[in-house]
Design a protein around this ligand. Structure first.
Ligand SMILES: NC(=O)c1ccc[n+]([C@@H]2O[C@H](COP(=O)([O-])OP(=O)(O)OC[C@H]3O[C@@H](n4cnc5c(N)ncnc54)[C@H](OP(=O)(O)O)[C@@H]3O)[C@@H](O)[C@H]2O)c1
Length: 274
């Protein structure tokens, strides 16, 4: 495993399991299988409706809570100060844990003052209910606003990031301000598999296009959270350590110009500057 050191010193495993759509007994089985093969970072959210499944999988596994990084997120309709506190308590109860490693604003909401939300995050940090706090789907303009009101370091911005949405400008801003970046939809929901650029590089290394894509993200200093409910594909996504893409291969992927955003909710988070 490789780790990214966050502002404040915490080390987040750079590869995690996305859990969107992992629900019910098959969801529990999928999370357990990932833990068994070595995943130590689980990405969940209130909106995914699977805190209980993630918690159950962890409790039924042989892995200690303290050895697993858990990220959860509060949805955009619950960003009022007291709602955040309530939602976090509910997440902890459902997950069966007394702290989250990272808690994120899942999606911005212009109708609720950011300062109120961040104040609640500050309280959760001081109470030890969350160990790191951050945001998701924030543009540079929105991050600047968050940085100007947050009374704690923003540890993370989780955004859509893959070779067809290579947000270099946002990545640079985050890195300059010591905000970690997590890539969601890191394999563009499978779109990379049939791309000749990735097939060619993959062949050189005896790897798969998915593995090349994840390796590219890791080498850019990004955390990646591919979702798979299938043990074979979980394993494939996990075998991205102990080998490297060279400078030319990194450059070739960096220069793909396609800008294909897979997620753009009607609550338009991205109109303002990227
Ligand atoms: N913060 C946010 O707003 C936000 C938004 C979206 C997602 N996320 C997080 O990011 C995670 C990942 O994003 P995502 O699930 O949207 O997209 P993704 O990880 O890019 O792709 C997941 C899809 O690809 C398939 N897949 C996984 N590994 C594969 C492989 N090796 N070969 C072929 N197909 C493969 C999965 O199917 P199988 O399960 O059948 O393998 C699934 O259909 C989510 O689960 C969630 O935790 C966060």
């Amino acid at each position: 495993m490789e780790y990214l050191t966050l502002t404040g010193g915490a080390q987040i495993p750079q590869l995690g399991l996305g859990t969107f759509k992992l629900q019910g007994s098959s969801g529990v089985r999928a999370v357990k299988s990932a833990l068994q093969m070595g995943y130590r970072h689980l990405d969940t959210a209130a909106m995914y409706g699977n805190h209980k499944e993630v918690g159950e999988a962890l409790q039924e596994s042989d892995v200690d809570r303290s050895d697993v990084w858990i990220t959860s997120k509060v949805w955009r309709d619950s960003l009022q100060h007291d709602a955040v506190l309530r939602e976090c308590d509910q997440a902890l109860a459902e997950l069966g844990t007394d702290y989250l490693d990272l808690y994120l604003i899942h999606w911005p909401n212009e109708d609720i003052p950011l300062a109120d939300t961040l104040k609640a995050f500050g309280r959760l940090l001081s109470e030890g209910k969350i160990r790191n706090a951050g945001v998701a789907n924030f543009t540079v303009a929105r991050l600047k606003r968050a940085l100007s009101v947050a009374e704690f370091p923003l540890a993370m911005n989780q955004v859509e990031y893959h070779p067809y949405l290579n947000q270099e400008h946002l990545l640079t801003f985050c890195q300059e301000n010591e905000i970690g970046v997590t890539a969601y939809c890191p394999i563009a929901r499978g779109d990379v598999i049939t791309d000749p650029i990735f097939q060619n590089i993959a062949q050189t290394h005896g790897k798969t296009p998915t593995q090349v894509t994840l390796r590219w993200l890791l080498q850019k200093g990004i955390v990646a959270i591919p979702k798979s409910g299938n043990p074979d594909r979980q394993r494939e996504n996990f075998e991205v350590f102990g080998w490297e893409l060279n400078t030319e291969e990194m450059a070739q992927i960096n220069t793909i110009e396609k800008q294909n955003r897979l997620l753009d909710l009607p609550a338009a988070a991205f109109w303002e500057d990227e």
